[in-house]
Design a protein around this ligand. Sequence first.
Ligand code: NOJ
Length: 563
Amino acid sequence: MPSAHRTAPASGIDDDDATWWRQAAVYQIYPRSFADADSDGVGDIPGITSRVPYLATLGIDAVWLSPFYPSALADGGYDVADYRNVDPRLGTLADFDTMLAALHANGIRVVVDIVPNHTSDLHPWFQDALAAGPGSPARDRYIFRDGVGDEPPTDWVSLFGGSAWERAADGQWYLHNFAVQQPDLNWANADVRADFVRTLRFWSDRGVDGFRIDVAHMLTKDLSGPLPTQAQLDALPRNGTHPTVDRDDVHEVYAEWRAVFNSYTPPRTAVAEAWVDRSRIPLYASPESLGQAFNFELLQADFDARQFRRVVTENLELAEASASSTTWVLSNHDVVRHATRYGLPHPERSADDLPLRKHGTDWLLSGGVEPELDRERGLRRARAASLFVLGLPGSAYLYQGEELGLHEVADIDDAERQDPTFFRSAGLDMGRDGCRVPLPWTSDGPSFGFGSRHAHLPQPRWFGDASVEAQENDLHSTLTLYRRALALRHELQADEELEWIETGREDVLHYVRPNGWRVVTNFGTTEFALTESQVQEDHVALASSETPFGHVPGESTVWLRPA
Ligand code: NOJ
């Protein structure tokens, strides 16, 4: 492809580096909960700009912004009413440009979230579809069907609970795999395809470096024959021909997008949120498709050496098979924060825990986490797991607040909750609000420095001690640990390889990177003694807990630098 578009050179960003993403540390910002510049209770784009010095000091390579587009917030912004604009409550396009320039000037790339499976019900297209009536071209952009008598077309269940069909005023039903306010688009429709290309170009032309693709495995559907029941759908193999999930033909869409990405210098990147069988991940991660895919397996793993080693080994092989690099995720805006997951008693989990909203959240059932949560242990393990992951080859996706060691906020009143998963499950699923509470920047003040007034989700009292201000100058804080790890990561990163060193203990993992850096994680509770040669030849560059000479304490990680 010709290099039609080249963004204006901005200091700090190397336009010739087409592989920056392969081992990047990418920090996820959930904009409504990051920093609130106009103090209306909701975080905004100028708030992000005001915190660029913080992000630069943290030492990340890129930020990924969850949706900031106009939205009625039926699903925290994943119900997009206008893909090429900024929600007026969050700022303007000019504010976006200012933020982008400030991030780029500090060498931080910007990835934005694209939500192509569904729009908001307030999107003009959906409003047109409702007005235009059955059989119209406007309705063909979505998935409308006649019901069976007064019943929906099928018994399909939405991923957020309840029926996946909602009735329009004229009696037809539309499909929504998520909330009622998120009608699924029809990807067989040419307007839909053309419009997303326009959106990708719109943000790429503004200088955005990459895209995170929401529910990348569900866009295309084959609903041509008689519609199956939910039980029949569940029983069908997911091998590329399933009517609604992980169809091979979705990669025709991504091949078109790839041509768009590659028409920029450097090529725009993309990472797929694809909840598919591991064997099918390389299809999304291949250079002809999106180029990288999230690996969510550590979200489902316990703090357990055997599970971590298996996940690392298998995912490095997988990434190699697709010529991509792998990704590591311990927390994001959909799951219980990892400090809390690791501080809870071992959960009972079943194989069908994979769907996105379930992992973790069911551990919070009945009464919240507080009675059972061992906060100190959770944090100790989280710090160890984070250092383990930050030493690995591949890119690390960090979620805002994990650098503060934040725990989940479990005690939110029902009346203050926002997540549709809570409401559609009649409160059975506590939902995802607990990891989306606005960040504490200062030790006190009306919203702990998030803004100068209230925050849109209630912050607990303990946020003060976890704030940036409280941790900033503390050598032992989690913030200091992340800053040091992210700075050293550039030294530690080498070829995307690692070698496992046997430790003689099932609960201790030890890997070495090609340039000699070593990472030792003790998942158990009894101290692990380093070998004589490790003690002689390497020295501890960083440790997640206080480290007695020559030893790795329980539930801790050390990074050893070659002499
Ligand atoms: C995945 C996003 O991460 C989640 O927050 C959202 O609710 C669903 N996709 C639907 O867009």
